[in-house]
Design a protein around this ligand. Structure first.
Ligand code: MN
Length: 528
């Protein structure tokens, strides 16, 4: 069985479309916001990974969101073999026009429009009747088709929607010209059996279902997002919506790397797979996202966690040495883990450093940032015998970004048990270097007070955590700082062998992110 798709041409039943929403659902979750440069870096990495559709953002959310979707459509949407560029829209004409204009520069473009269909959402959130939602569905898809033939419609909270009404909505969307029908588990409530039942029912009952691609979008509130995704594919769904590292609203979305490796590892059970995913790029893409957002995955995270392929128990190690197949269902190399991680030292030169950055996913780093990173690398190599990949990632992640308004310059600190701490801090703010002196309850507090003097703000510190980048007392400290300003939440990261300097860098990073976020106004009802 095959269908004719406006963006992909003839699609047969063995093909799964990978729809990545790292830059939309992922990016809109707390602490994961990215600026334009960061989104473009991520978009390039996702293209190299081989995704089919890139949901680049929600254009009406803010001028910044519009601009990033537009720029991605222009740059990524015109690359040979690049993905379809998709913009999200509610059902209003203004939303759809904005999305249509934002994706216009792309060769292949999609508008994804959504409306809630569950009684709970229609009554309490939308305050709309069933007939009104049906009319809005048909209307939105019709308007979207004026901009592109590739239109996706989503039934928000679809898994908690009355089955008869769900079928009527899907039918209306198909009649109006939708080519992809997504039934999201918006709140992460469904079990794998539910997914199979819902998709089987809709595909059997709705006229025209055989002409469209069905899509699944799962949230991980019960830890079932990937299981639900696999169940949906087994029930005939041929588009999976997912994010790198499983980032996304609340507990996140289904993780792209887990879905594609499940399909690759179990062809016996799931007879469909993506066409273009380059599995060996998975780890690199995951690391790039961690670096950009400042959030590492947990060590036991499937596929990309530090322990995902580590065999500690003696009996396992013994088996592994005799035959890797005894305990390994896939090889670490197949997702990009290399056997030897080249370590760098103080004799490593600039060329080797640049080369290392490239292998770590920092191909497009600017000259200023490279100089700053190299200087800090040499400085680190003087203090620390071996510099690992993680050290370099932490350090580059933390180098001054050219567009940052606030930059760390220097810190002098007196601390200890004899006298109150005293911090002397220099920051460069909008190009001018100023100095402030402050005390506090401890050295970190003293430094943060000094930042407040230099750049007054009302944001509250709601999280402060310190971790080590690698093992040993000479390891770099990696500090995360979370700031909250009237519900706008950002996380900043900083790394240094000096924990207090890392703390200041993290705070400054968070402030810079907050300044970017202040320009955004989030519209209501963004879930999908
Ligand atoms: Mn979602």
């Amino acid at each position: 069985m095959s269908i004719e798709h406006p963006s992909f041409g003839k699609l047969d039943d063995s093909r799964v479309i990978v729809f990545d929403t790292t830059l939309r659902d992922g990016e809109q979750s707390p602490g994961f916001s990215m600026n334009l440069t960061e989104k473009l870096r991520m978009a390039e990495a996702l293209t190299e990974l081989g995704i089919d559709v890139m949901e680049a953002g929600f254009p009406i959310a803010s001028p910044g969101d519009y601009e990033s979707v537009f720029e991605i459509a222009k740059l990524i949407g015109n690359m040979d073999g690049g993905p379809v560029i998709c913009g999200l829209a509610r059902t209003g004409r203004a939303d759809i026009m904005r999305a249509g204009e934002a994706v216009a520069p792309a060769k292949r473009r999609r508008i994804h429009t959504f409306i809630a269909t569950s009684d709970l959402h229609m009554e309490h959130k939308l305050r709309m009747t069933r007939d009104e939602v049906l009319a809005a569905t048909a209307g939105a898809v019709t308007v979207a088709r004026e901009y592109t033939d590739d239109v996706e419609w989503s039934a928000e909270d679809g898994t908690r929607t009355d089955p008869d009404f769900l079928c009527r909505c899907v039918e209306a969307a198909i009649k109006a010209g939708a080519t992809t029908i997504n039934i999201p588990d918006t709140v992460g409530y469904a079990l794998p059996e539910d997914m199979a039942r819902i998709f089987t029912m809709v595909r059997e009952r709705v006229p025209g279902a055989e002409r469209v691609i069905f899509s699944t979008h799962n949230h991980n509130d019960l830890g079932l997002a990937v299981a639900n995704t696999v169940a949906a594919i087994r029930a005939g769904v041929r588009q999976v919506e997912c994010t790198i590292n499983g980032i996304g609203e609340r507990a996140g979305n289904a993780a792209l790397e887990e879905i594609v490796m499940a399909l690759r590892t179990r062809p016996d059970a799931v007879p469909a797979r993506p066409a273009h995913i380059r599995h060996e790029n998975i780890l690199k893409t995951s690391r790039l996202l961690s670096t950009i957002t400042g959030f590492d995955v947990q060590p036991n995270k499937a596929i990309v966690g530090r322990n995902a392929f580590a065999h500690e128990a003696g009996i396992h190690q013994d088996g592994m040495l005799k035959n890797a197949g005894t305990y390994e269902i896939m090889t670490p190399e197949s997702v990009g883990w290399s056997k030897s991680s080249l370590v760098m030292g103080k004799h490593s030169g600039r060329a080797a450093f640049r080369d290392k950055l490239r292998t770590l996913g920092y191909g497009e780093i600017g000259d200023n940032q490279l100089n700053d990173a190299f200087r800090r690398f040499k400085d680190l190599a003087d203090r620390k015998k071996v510099v690992y990949d993680e050290d370099i990632s932490a350090l580059v992640d933390d180098t001054t970004r050219d567009q940052d308004r606030i930059k760390f310059v220097s810190l002098d600190l007196r601390a200890g048990s004899k006298a109150p701490p005293k911090a002397e801090l220099e920051l460069e703010i909008d190009g001018t270097v100023t100095l402030a002196t402050s005390s506090g309850d401890g050295p970190v507090d003293a430094c943060f007070n000094a930042i407040g003097k230099l750049f007054p703000h009302t944001a509250k510190l709601t999280l402060y955590s310190v971790g080590a980048v690698t093992e040993g007392t000479d390891a770099q400290a990696r500090v995360t700082v979370r700031l909250d300003e009237n519900g706008k939440m950002v996380d900043g990261q900083g790394a240094d062998t000096d924990t207090i300097v890392a703390s200041v860098r993290a705070y400054v990073h968070a402030l810079n992110k907050l300044l970017v976020k202040r320009e955004r106004t989030e519209p209501a009802a963004l879930s999908a």
